[in-house]
Design a protein around this ligand. Structure first.
Ligand SMILES: [Ca+2]
Ligand SMILES: [Ca+2]
Length: 169
């Protein structure tokens, strides 16, 4: 991930030899004073230097989980697009998981509506207590639009950042 914009700092080092950095998430549940691992989770399209798990958020009821891979390279836009499209370096992606009983499964592959290279979608994340509202940040997004629902196609403010809000039904 060569210099995207001056002054940016990154949460860890990329390009480490022998380190593919696709990332993983581990779920634990507590019964009394005992913690037990419930799941080992990977994305549906793990790739080198995705950083899946570098940011995540769990709903208050513990039944929904959103995991960011802020430097995932997917070039699709919106929900459940082409996961094999790797045309947008470090655009970022978010993976949404739900739990039924003790079973976790991926329910959505989420990309920004205006996903582009170096946006780092998923660099900040929050889920509501019931898991039905999700707010996702893309710190590198570059539109100079102001307020809510401005021009997503603008790219005149490099690294301005943007937030996307999703509702789950
Ligand atoms: Ca990448
Ligand atoms: Ca853009």
């Amino acid at each position: 991930m060569p210099g995207i914009f001056p002054g940016a700092t990154h949460v860890c080092q990329e390009d480490q030899p022998q380190d593919n950095s696709s990332g993983a998430v581990y779920i634990f549940v507590r019964n009394g004073t005992t913690w037990t691992q419930q799941a080992f989770i990977k994305s549906s399209n793990p790739g080198k230097e995705d950083w899946f798990g570098s940011r995540l958020t769990l709903s208050g009821d513990g039944n929904t989980l959103a995991v960011g891979a802020q430097v995932e390279n997917g070039g699709s836009k919106g929900i459940n697009g082409d996961q094999k499209n790797q045309s947008a370096e470090d655009a970022g992606a978010v993976y949404f998981f739900t739990r039924t009983g003790t079973e976790w499964k991926q329910a959505a592959y989420v990309k920004a509506s205006n996903a582009e290279s170096y946006d780092e979608f998923g660099s900040a994340m929050a889920l509501s207590r019931d898991g039905k509202v999700m707010a996702l940040g893309a710190r590198g997004e570059s539109s100079s639009a102001k307020g809510v629902n401005g021009n997503q196609n603008d790219n005149s403010a490099q690294g301005a950042g943007a937030v996307y809000v999703f509702a789950y039904q």
